[in-house]
Design a protein around this ligand. Structure first.
Ligand SMILES: C[S@@+](CC[C@H](N)C(=O)[O-])C[C@H]1O[C@@H](n2cnc3c(N)ncnc32)[C@H](O)[C@@H]1O
Length: 216
């Protein structure tokens, strides 16, 4: 496997190889995604934004938390926008789901448009992390919740592709970043995921979840 090529696709999936890599992400990231959605503590009328939803395979899981939940997903990859639209035709038709081509650093939304925001495994690719966090803060309602989920850098535990073009964060790096914003850290949670096979090897990945609240 050409890990450098895979890493590029993880950052920004393009074309048929991007579609294939996204299916691999579904396999690797099912657990971290489900945990993130649980931590959002979704209520029936929540307005949810997910940043970097990839092919949108797990959107149906968010919708399953309540009949009136609305969901918007953004991604910088046009390939992922097309895939996510294909996979979620029905809820898009019924206007529960909207999929938009955009980057976290410049989101096409009004102030306070969402009360729940999440992002899973995208922080490694943000070009301007403080601007990204200030954008999330801007579009969240007061008391709104942002769950940022990622796999922290732990020596010896990285997957083979993360050395290429990823900004790997240790737990304390994210803490330092968040402390420069107005977000209140409600909780940080570490979870050792169930074993997952990647490229013929079994990994026991650790994921970390920052639960942040917008306060003034
Ligand atoms: C490693 S994939 C993770 C996909 C999915 N969240 C998961 O955990 O399986 C990263 C996704 O974030 C998107 N992405 C990267 N940088 C982004 C940015 N600045 N704004 C929005 N999406 C971004 C990529 O295009 C890609 O679809």
């Amino acid at each position: 496997m050409d890990f450098e090529k895979v890493a590029k696709q993880l950052a920004h999936p393009v074309g048929s190889f991007g579609i294939e890599v996204a299916l691999g992400m579904n396999h690797l990231n099912q657990f971290i995604s489900k945990n993130t959605y649980d931590l959002l503590q979704l209520g029936d009328s929540d307005k949810v934004l997910e940043v970097g939803m990839g092919n949108g395979k797990f959107i149906k899981d968010i919708l399953s938390y309540g009949d009136n939940i609305s969901y918007t997903g953004i991604d910088i990859s046009e390939t992922m926008i097309v895939e996510a639209k294909k996979l979620n035709e029905k809820p898009i038709d019924s206007r529960r789901v909207d999929i938009i081509h955009a980057s976290i650093e410049k989101m096409p939304f009004w102030e306070e448009q969402f009360n729940k925001v999440c992002t899973i495994n995208t922080v490694y690719f943000w070009k301007a992390p403080l601007i990204a966090l200030s954008e999330v803060y801007r579009i969240l309602t007061e008391d709104g919740v942002f769950v940022l989920s990622f796999r922290p850098y732990i020596e010896g535990q990285s997957l083979d592709f993360s050395q290429y073009g990823f900004t790997e964060y240790k737990a304390e790096d994210i803490m330092a970043l968040v402390n420069k914003t107005n977000f209140k850290i409600v909780d940080t949670i570490n979870i050792t995921e169930p074993p997952v096979v990647f490229n013929g090897q079994t990994h026991n990945l650790m994921s970390q979840y920052y639960i942040l609240r917008k306060t003034r």
